[in-house]
Design a protein around this ligand. Structure first.
Ligand code: WAQ
Ligand code: MG
Length: 670
């Protein structure tokens, strides 16, 4: 029998009563023996010398709070003065202004085992035991069950950076904590960091003089004196697991900015914010860095975080998040049949296709998938692109041009908007779902060489569907080309999952869609007449001037279509789950509706939406908050995407919890 209860395990080593080293982890019971042995190893062979006492403690973990690691950025500074100036600028966003006075307190932290806890405004000390300070404990990193603290998963070694990110993430999420400053107590290590929930974990490469032993941590608190005990209790007792912790400051998830005095060299990934603060940085980088800081201060900084470990229907991990965030509605991305098809195609033809479709990039997998898509959507032909974004941009810009007109629903996806802009046609935006407004605007625009009308089939942030028969009627009357984007409709709508066209039993001129949502793969497609498809093969620039999508993705999508054909009840089963979730929310007092797999939960205020989403995340439920600019200001919401793997019990439990958080003062009698 496996025992996957979680345990907090701590090691502490000392010699003659002097601390040498310490470590803590949160692991399943089954992992304790191996961990204890690795920790003992670490204690016995520490650079500070051999211990005469080793304490090892394992206790069953209480309730676990799940957090996403703070995003990491590195600010390259050449001098301690510059470092302190950067720290001051970063923390000013959190309203922390007395940085010089706060930094001066590091002369007092040297002997402390814990951190100094200061009132962020009055700078009063708040710790019950000022000699010891406040220690943040009971925290660990998780990622897909792997130990994120050491790149090799070896607990006998210490990863200072990853441990600091875990600590900073817990601290930044503690109630009342508005910021943290850390300066290493190692005289030779001049790098430190400042952290807040808004700006993330900001490494500052030079924050003190080499040789200076003064260092430590200062946690900054803002709130009532009565709240201090709760903050300390959270820091010292609450078990926290942090997902998405980068293993190294130079990993893909944690960009580093390297600058020399002469010419700055930026080494980075596309994943996370890059902030150059060196005086030597060129002016344009300074401008970009300022804009990123501005965004961070407004709570609008976006970062690419590693996906937290998720609960899967087949394997119910206690530490996994229950996700309502993926577009993999039919759980096909993880289906062994897709994985096998992709692997086999890669074995046959290689990982990449090597060239554009029009050069030597067309493989049997492309041809087979295009034929399969055409038969699935019941059209003459089909054509695929590497992404749905490219399909929209490349189709709209090929079909209409200067002097033509394109009509677009106000809530259409960004890729449609970008396609309209790129086409250089006159763009007319009609009110969301309002066919009368569309008809009026078509009449007002007058005749053109070409007129195209584009609408999403399912609107991605609202979950509502287009009235296709009315849409087609208005298009026909105006002599316009009709096009719908079935990104969130394929595999979801219609008796057998063929989309909005099957739902209503009628078809536009152009059906666009994606392979990356319910079909569990990646890529975009158009299903249409042979003439339209041939035209796009000749005119769509994102098709022509781009390497063909890889054979693995094509074969996986092909397998997904076969699964939907062989199991025609899947779409109806999925919609029933989404409807059940919306009904459970309604019963619990939250007004919401859906016609697809997307259930929007209206909240309004941006900060409240984020707070509810964060509270759910702490309880292991992932429902993203959607806010401006994705939706209008003041129309923030939670966007729950229901997938076919969710059980009724999960849907019911989450609906009730969402309702409690959305309407905290409601009188509940259900
Ligand atoms: N809770 C509160 N304060 C602590 C804790 C804790 N769990 N652990 C350490 N401190 C305080 C204590 O005063 C230490 O003397 C001080 O922080 C420094 O601790 O991105 O090495 O473990 O390259 O020495 C930061 C930069 C490294 C990493 C910090 O911390 C990076 C470091 P150390
Ligand atoms: Mg140290």
């Amino acid at each position: 029998m496996s025992d996957d209860r979680l345990f907090a395990v701590k090691m502490r080593a000392a010699r003659a009563g002097e601390h040498i080293s310490g470590a803590e982890r949160i692991v399943p019971a089954d992992d304790i023996p191996a961990l204890v042995s690795a920790l003992a190893e670490r204690a016995l062979h520490h650079a500070k010398g051999a211990p005469d006492e080793i304490h090892l403690k394992a206790e069953e973990a209480g309730e676990i709070v799940h957090l996403e690691a703070l995003p990491v950025s590195t600010h390259v500074t050449q001098t301690p003065e510059e470092g302190r100036a950067v720290a001051a600028r970063l923390l000013a966003g959190a309203g922390i202004t007395r940085i010089d006075e706060i930094m001066a307190r590091f002369t007092e932290t040297y002997a402390m085992r814990g951190a100094m806890l200061l009132d962020a405004d009055t700078l009063e000390r708040l710790e019950p035991d000022p000699a010891r300070g406040v220690r943040a404990t009971y925290m660990d990193a998780t990622y897909n069950g792997q130990d994120a603290r050491c790149s090799n998963g070896d607990a006998s070694k210490k990863n200072h950076f990853a441990e600091a990110v875990v600590l900073a993430t817990k601290v930044a999420n503690a109630p009342g904590i508005v910021g943290e400053i850390c300066v290493s107590d190692d005289p030779d290590y001049v790098t430190g960091y400042v952290a807040t929930k808004e700006i993330g974990y900001c490494r500052i490469t030079t924050i003190k003089e080499k040789g200076n032993p003064c260092g430590g941590r200062i946690f900054l608190y803002r709130g009532s004196r009565e709240g201090v005990a709760g903050t300390i209790a959270y820091l010292q007792k609450q078990c926290v697991l942090v997902a998405g912790v980068p293993t190294a400051a130079t990993s893909a998830a944690a960009p580093v900015v390297v600058t020399s005095a002469a010419a700055p060299v930026v080494v980075t990934s596309a994943a996370a914010p890059v902030v150059v603060t060196s005086a030597a940085a060129p002016a344009f980088e300074q401008v970009l860095a300022d804009e990123l800081r501005e965004r961070a201060a407004q709570g609008l900084l976006r970062t690419c975080r590693e996906r937290p470990r998720l609960s899967r229907p087949s394997q119910d991990h206690p530490a996994g998040m229950l996700s309502f965030a993926s577009n993999d509605y039919q759980n096909l991305a993880e289906d062994p049949r897709l994985k096998e098809a992709a692997c086999a195609a890669i074995q046959r033809h290689g990982a990449g296709s090597g060239a554009s479709r029009l050069v030597t990039g067309t493989l049997p997998e492309h041809v087979r998938l295009e034929q399969h898509l055409a038969s699935f959507k019941d059209t003459e032909d089909a054509i695929v692109w590497a992404t749905g974004y490219m399909a929209n941009v490349g189709t709209i810009s090929a079909l209409v041009g200067k002097g033509d007109a394109v009509f677009s629903d106000a809530l259409n996806h960004a890729s449609i908007i970008d396609g309209c802009r790129l086409s250089r046609a006159d763009v007319f935006v009609y009110r969301h779902g309002d066919m009368d407004d569309l008809a009026r605007q078509l009449a007002a625009a007058g005749p053109r060489r070409r007129t195209l009308v584009v609408s999403d089939a399912v609107f991605s942030m609202d979950g509502d569907i287009l009235d296709l028969p009315k849409f087609l009627e208005v298009c026909h009357r105006a002599g316009a080309i009709s096009m719908i984007d079935e990104a969130h409709a394929t595999g979801v709508l219609g008796a057998t999952g063929r989309g909005l066209t099957e739902h209503f039993g009628c078809k536009p001129d152009i059906i666009l869609g994606t392979l990356s949502k319910a079909l569990g793969s990646e890529g975009g497609f158009v299903c249409a007449s042979r003439t339209v498809c041939d035209y796009l093969r000749n005119r769509s620039r994102s098709f022509i001037f781009s390497t063909a999508p890889g054979p693995g993705a094509m074969a996986a999508a092909d397998a997904a279509l076969s699964i939907l054909e062989a199991e025609p009840g899947r779409a109806a089963a999925l919609r029933a789950k989404a409807a059940r979730f919306a009904a459970a929310l309604n019963a619990a007092g939250v007004a919401c509706a859906t016609q697809s797999a997307i259930v929007p939960i209206p909240i309004g205020d941006e900060r409240r939406a984020c707070a509810v989403s964060e509270a759910l995340a702490r309880e292991g439920v992932l429902i993203p908050a959607i806010r401006y600019p994705t939706v209008a200001r003041g129309a923030a919401r939670l966007r729950a995407a229901v997938d076919i793997g969710k059980t009724d019990a999960e849907l019911q439990r989450v609906a009730v919890r969402v309702a409690e958080l959305v309407n905290p003062h409601a009188n509940r009698n259900f």
